[in-house]
Design a protein around this ligand. Structure first.
Ligand code: SAH
Length: 232
């Protein structure tokens, strides 16, 4: 079973973009996942192929039309399609590694990329779109956010990452930030690799790494310490 992504966008040429190379690109070629970038404009109703209009109530910018988006969603995700329907949106629930894992375990996703001021609320409600944010900042469009989400999901698909263990030890997987890494040379500009890491004592190394993880998390992301760990 492969992960099927359908992306609704005004810029299908942005896909697969960064996901066409390296691990994700190889997995795409191998059929581990599929990507269908669909032009929203093809679902416009008028001869000018309009997808947006001025905001009701006034104000700056344009809003993507509910009727056009609904036609695009219905085409890409007909009744019976069990894939979640996501809308990339700064107002959404922040994306977490837990949600990424859930998505990777499922059949795929429909991803709607907003542009302009965003999309008419009625299509969000009528099509049950799940709003997902990739952080507290504003992008010019949902496409880079969709690429970020898909990158996170695809690397978890079976067979995509060479060394599956490295995935389990990463930041967020155990509710903590990852410990620092070192590699050769032994000395760099007068800085040595921490003694313990070259001791060969695996128990001590594990304890040191755990300590470093806890210290970094406390310093940088104390909010994570209250969060539910995914892997115990
Ligand atoms: N007026 C909106 C921002 C629109 S930005 C507001 O203030 O909330 C245009 C589009 O970019 C959005 O519709 C969304 O699809 C995408 N986007 C912007 N920032 C994002 C973020 N942090 N996460 C996910 N999508 C984002």
């Amino acid at each position: 079973m492969s992960f099927a992504a359908s992306v609704l966008t005004l810029y299908p040429e942005m896909f697969p973009g960064a996901l066409g190379v390296s691990l994700a690109g190889r997995a795409l070629e191998a059929g581990t996942w599929s990507l269908d970038a669909i032009q929203i404009r093809d679902f416009a109703i008028d001869k000018h192929r309009t997808v947006d209009d001025t905001p009701a109530g006034g104000g700056a910018g344009m809003v993507m039309r509910a009727d056009v988006l609904a036609r695009a969603v219905d085409h890409a995700s007909p009744p019976g399609d069990s894939r979640p329907r996501l809308l990339m949106s700064p107002r959404g629930k922040p994306l977490t590694q837990t949600r990424v894992r859930e998505l990777a375990a499922g059949p795929g996703a429909l991803i709607l990329c907003g542009r302009f001021e965003g999309v008419d609320q009625r299509v969000i409600d009528a099509r049950g779109l799940e709003e997902v944010s990739i952080g507290d900042f504003i992008l010019s469009g949902g496409e880079p956010a969709a690429l970020v989400l898909l990158d996170a999901v695809v690397r978890l698909l079976p067979g995509v990452m060479g060394n599956a263990v490295s995935g389990e030890e990463e930041s967020f997987e155990n509710g903590l930030l990852e410990h620092p890494h070192y590699t050769r040379p032994q000395e760099f500009e007068g800085r040595e690799i921490p003694e313990v890491l070259i001791s060969g004592n695996h128990k001590k190394i594990a304890a040191w790494r755990r300590e470093q993880s806890e210290r970094l998390t406390k310093e940088r992301r104390p909010d994570l310490l209250g969060a539910q760990p995914l892997v115990k």
